[in-house]
Design a binder for this molecule. Structure first.
Ligand code: SF4
Length: 331
């Protein structure tokens, strides 16, 4: 697709733990992200969304499938030269602002490291850009000589954002950038990312487990369960009109504050635990927890189908929609 900045084709990432144990962390995921789009990727912990993001950006070698960036196929497994080559185009903002910043480096060294490694700029020029980025993320330029432990979690995530964006990448994977932060600062960091996306024309894959938070910044939302993508569509369509039984329960378990009634909508918990991703049986992966499971669900893997009467780009993988739909990609 020429209108994609990034496209995954049947992307699969398995980890072999032993001769009889295969972790199917990511299975057969095909999606595309348009230039300047934010795609929210949500699911419970253990759904494979972080592994997907890391495989997309080359931090894990692919088991099979491919990733295209600007139409160019990315390497199956990155070598050092590939990281060097793609650093200016793709970056990642990590989940944990406490462990992802080197405690022995100053904030100036941390934010400027990418330019130091991947540009020919002099130290004084790098320092100018670091100061500029400290201002852009809402910190003071005199923070440059301080160390990460002197900052709060929210400030450290701002430092992580500056470190990732100083190279002006086109595409950024945000790997649960708010989940380690206090609720009070989560919205600030989401808003900062939204503003920077607008001013820089960024394209983002925004990974989160809280759908209600990510929907504000996302153009579309994709939902993962146990390594599979089970629903994808425009952000408001997925949030207000979820079709897959898992997405419906996920939204119910992440209620939004209801300002009119000064209380939250009652939370619905998802029954049971997400199963182990080791040696996943055939059929729908959600069958063991689904209130609508049928015999066919335990035998056949549902295909992602376009629900054209629900939303223009709304796809769902569930046997409840087998009739009157055609599998995605069919003529
Ligand atoms: Fe439930 Fe079956 Fe749909 Fe899976 S395919 S979500 S088990 S109804």
């Amino acid at each position: 697709m020429t209108d994609s900045l990034l496209e995954t084709q049947n992307l699969t990432k398995h980890f072999r733990l032993g001769p009889d144990a295969l972790v199917q962390a990511v299975d057969d995921i095909s999606l595309s992200i348009a230039p300047k789009e934010i795609l929210g990727l949500v699911g419970e912990s253990g759904s494979g969304k972080s592994t997907f993001g890391k495989t997309v950006i080359g931090l894990h070698p692919k088991t099979s499938g491919s990733v295209l960036f600007n139409g160019e196929q990315l390497p199956e497994a990155y070598q050092a030269a590939d990281f060097q080559r793609y650093a200016n185009q793709m970056q990642m903002i990590f989940q944990d602002p406490y462990s992802s910043l080197n405690p022995r480096m100053t904030v100036g060294e941390i934010i400027g490291e990418g330019l130091f490694l991947h540009s020919d700029l002099r130290r004084s020029e790098i320092n100018e850009q670091v100061a500029d980025w400290l201002r852009k993320v809402g910190l003071n330029t005199d923070h440059m000589s301080r160390y990460p432990h002197e900052f709060s979690g929210g400030q450290r995530q701002r430092i992580g954002i500056a470190r990732a964006l100083i190279l002006s990448p086109e595409f950024v994977v945000c790997d649960e950038p708010i989940s380690a932060l206090d609720v009070s600062v989560q919205a600030q960091v989401v808003n900062l990312l939204g503003e920077l996306k607008e001013s820089m024309g960024l394209t983002l894959l925004f990974i989160a487990h809280d759908l209600s938070m990510v929907r504000y910044v996302s153009d579309r939302i994709a939902v993962m369960y146990l390594g599979s993508m089970i629903e994808i569509g425009r952000s408001d369509d997925v949030f207000f009109n979820p079709q897959h039984p898992y997405t419906q329960l996920l939204i119910g378990s992440n209620p939004e504050p209801d300002p009119e009634h000064e209380r939250t909508r009652s939370a619905v918990s998802i029954p049971g635990e997400i199963p182990s991703p080791v040696n996943i049986p055939p059929g729908c992966r959600f069958a063991s927890r689904c209130p609508h499971a049928m015999d066919v669900c335990r035998e056949q893997t549902p295909t992602l189908r376009l629900l054209s009467d629900i939303g223009e780009e709304h796809h769902v993988a569930c046997h409840l929609f087998d009739e009157a739909t055609t599998p995605a990609g069919s003529a």
